[in-house]
Design a protein around this ligand. Structure first.
Ligand code: GDP
Ligand code: MG
Length: 440
């Protein structure tokens, strides 16, 4: 049914499929946008290649240009790659839960430590201890202590002459003794990716066994983002990424680069210098920044919404007229074997979910579906169109043809009747659940 209707709708609405030429032309623009947004070259390559394959042949929504459609597909894929679900900091461990910050100097580790401590204290009602492991810059430990005093959040007392792994152990000990829920370990960065920093981070990790290791990275990081994220992930092992300076005017390409090479979720973003400027990561915001084509995306979204409404109206019309014959059922069954459920168009409609559930509840598997298709295949065209003519002798013939019992033919006919009735009810008049959807 969906396939057939889809075909009719394609003709009605003048949709077409994206050709290779359409996609290639648009991809040149996209590639330029990604590079301008400072997405690392290797990531641009693999990303555009992947999306290109997806886009060729995809349906173009009525009233938008092929190039615009490609932008929409790229945008969706960008959001999916960046991680469409919010990934929060995982505190699901025996307290005190150690969380370690790593990253280059000046990336915002200390600030993020304070922001996170504040959020966990105020929002999540956790008792948090912050510890600075930066023994290289005399002011670093004091910086965290000052932030802690302002926020009235405890910091580990400073003891001169200790090495970072020892401080980490002392922090965990103090965390246990003091009944803290969380211990935030703020480590020292270096100005560049260097061996010392990696060795030290690995030692701290071994000492504290952190539940989360967060790479804090400036969203303005350019091509280096790939090496940075990859090195920290390989040497230390990351559980997530925090992007800072989202409030700056960078286009945020680092987000895609780091996510793509590590596969680790971007959990938070820093949006300012103050300690309340911390937010959950919003992939759509970053995606539209990276592409810089937000207006095209919303244009296509609007067009798609209109089209969905048209599609729904057309299906509703067919249902209202009660034109759901056994050929339609056969199409639907075949589609189900392909998609493992009523998919596509049918799945879009709220009224159909009942039917879907019913079919699911009846425990129909692939074998049953194929048998049902075989039953319909044994019918004449006339019988498919008008199942009422199916009396005992015809049923016997069909059962023999499909190699099953008459009982099975009856079962199928009953299912068809139920579905047709339900569709009629769903599609009927203004009061039906389809009505609002078709207008939406
Ligand atoms: P660290 O060396 O990694 O510990 O970096 P710091 O936390 O000391 O931050 C370095 C500078 O960046 C400070 O001046 C912070 O105020 C600033 N900073 C950190 N995060 C953000 C942010 O999200 N937005 C802005 N605008 N500035 C930030
Ligand atoms: Mg610092």
């Amino acid at each position: 049914l969906s396939e057939k209707l889809g075909g009719i709708l394609d003709r009605l609405t003048g949709r077409g499929a994206l050709s290779e030429a359409d996609v290639d032309a648009a991809m040149r623009e996209i590639r330029r946008a990604l590079l301008e947004a400072d997405v690392a070259l290797e990531v641009v390559r693999s990303f555009t290649e992947r999306v290109r394959e997806q886009a060729v042949g995809a349906t173009v929504v009525k009233s938008v240009k092929p190039g615009q459609m490609v932008v929409k597909i790229v945008n969706d894929e960008l959001i999916a790659t960046l991680g469409s679900e919010v990934q929060s900091i995982d505190l699901n461990a025996v307290p005190p839960v150690p969380i370690m910050m790593v990253g280059l100097q000046g990336s915002g580790k200390t600030t993020t430590t304070a922001k996170l401590a504040r959020r966990m204290t105020e929002r999540d009602k956790r008792k948090v201890l912050m510890a600075s492991l930066d023994v290289y810059r005399p002011a670093a430990m004091e910086q965290l202590a000052v932030l802690g005093r302002d926020l009235q959040i405890d910091t580990l007392p400073i003891v001169a002459g200790q090495q970072p792994p020892d401080i980490a152990r002392r922090a965990m000990e103090a965390g246990k003794l003091g009944g803290y829920d969380v211990v935030l370990l703020d480590t020292a960065g270096r100005t560049t990716l260097d061996e010392d920093m990696m060795t030290e981070a690995a030692e701290i990790k071994a000492a504290a066994n952190p539940h989360e290791v967060l790479l804090v990275a400036d969203s303005l990081t350019g091509q280096d983002a790939v090496n940075l994220a990859r090195a920290f992930d390989q040497r230390v092992g990351l559980t997530g990424i925090v992007l800072t300076r989202i409030d700056g005017d960078g286009r945020g390409g680092a987000a895609l680069s780091m996510r793509a090479v590590t596969g680790k979720p971007i959990k938070l973003m820093g949006t300012g210098e103050k300690t309340d400027a911390l937010e959950d990561f919003h992939p759509s915001r970053i995606a539209s920044r990276i592409l810089g084509m937000g207006d095209i995306v919303s244009l296509v979204e609007k067009a798609a919404a209109t089209l969905d409404a048209e599609k729904a109206a057309a299906v509703a019309e067919k249902m209202r007229k009660g034109k759901f014959d056994l050929t339609d059922l056969r199409d639907q069954l075949l589609q189900m074997t392909k998609m493992g459920g009523i998919g596509g168009l049918m799945g879009l409609m709220p009224g159909i979910s009942k039917m879907k559930n019913q079919i699911a509840a009846s425990g129909i598997d692939d074998k049953v579906l194929k048998r049902q298709v075989a039953i319909i295949d044994s019918m004449t065209r006339e019988e498919r169109k008008n199942p009422d003519i199916l009396k005992a002798s015809r049923k016997k013939r069909i059962a023999a043809g499909a190699g099953i019992k008459v009982e099975d033919v009856n079962k199928l006919l009953k299912m068809h009747r139920n579905m047709a009735d339900m569709m009629k009810a769903v599609g009927r008049g203004k009061g039906g659940p389809m009505a609002g959807f078709a207008k939406a």
